[in-house]
Design a protein around this ligand. Sequence first.
Ligand code: FE
Ligand code: FE
Length: 293
Amino acid sequence: MEKVTKSDEMNPLDSLDQWEDALLSRYPDPSSISQDKAAEAFRDYEKTEKSAVKEFYRLQHIHQTYDFVQQKRAEYLKFDRLEMSVWEAFEFLNQLVDDSDPDTDLDQLQHLLQTSEAIRAAGHPDWMVLTGLFHDMGKVLCLFGEPQWAVVGDSYPVGCAYSDKIVFPEFFAGNADSTNPLYNTKYGIYEPGCGLDKVTMTWGHDEYVYNLLKDYLPEQGLYMLRYHSFYPQHRENAYAHLMNAHDKEMFKWVNLFNPFDLYSKSAVAPDWKVLKPYYEDLVAKYLPAKLWF
Ligand code: FE
Ligand code: FE
């Protein structure tokens, strides 16, 4: 299979998984922390993380300006690129092949299935299983030619001050919005408690997949899709001042979802042949036969 993700100046990560591995070292599963290692050692992200991840965030923080996001929204949220069935879409997504160790890395569908299967095993509603299956479908943006920093990475609001609780906050000094008085105050272009629906987030796979599926899933699932990479809020609580009461209620679902995304990875691949009939029924229950990307 052709390798689509390649390291270069604009794409410092060997694979998109490198970002997710970095998340794991930043937010280790408390139950997986061995007793002889202090939790603090795991949290010392900056000391241990690879330079590729740091370079990735440098690029993300510099380039994700309010204008950049508006431009990408106009370009992609028309969904006029190509029409695919759900299963064609998974095949398409799987063209994203990692440069890292092929023995331990699973393809994109495997991460999605591990997430959805963990949700199913925990007895959650079927729409949440479907949400798990789809949550990273937005990574198709890489295949449409977007750089890694416009697809993955922590998401956060643009149009107001960047929180110092976002990973590597020092890199925002290179973002043009940081010196723009319209955007560099606590609230920027927003009103206190205005609600996240009025807030423009960084451009990436979360916002894309939310828009892709917004007519088909319950609101709780849509929050999970849209904010699953919003670590600055769901882990750091850095943007509560922009949220309304409804967002705060809905973030209970985002928090419920996060561990299934982050901690369900295992080297054992789910058996797609066995699982396929269940997922075909599930997809048919909620989604149309084809989707426009
Ligand atoms: Fe994701
Ligand atoms: Fe994921």
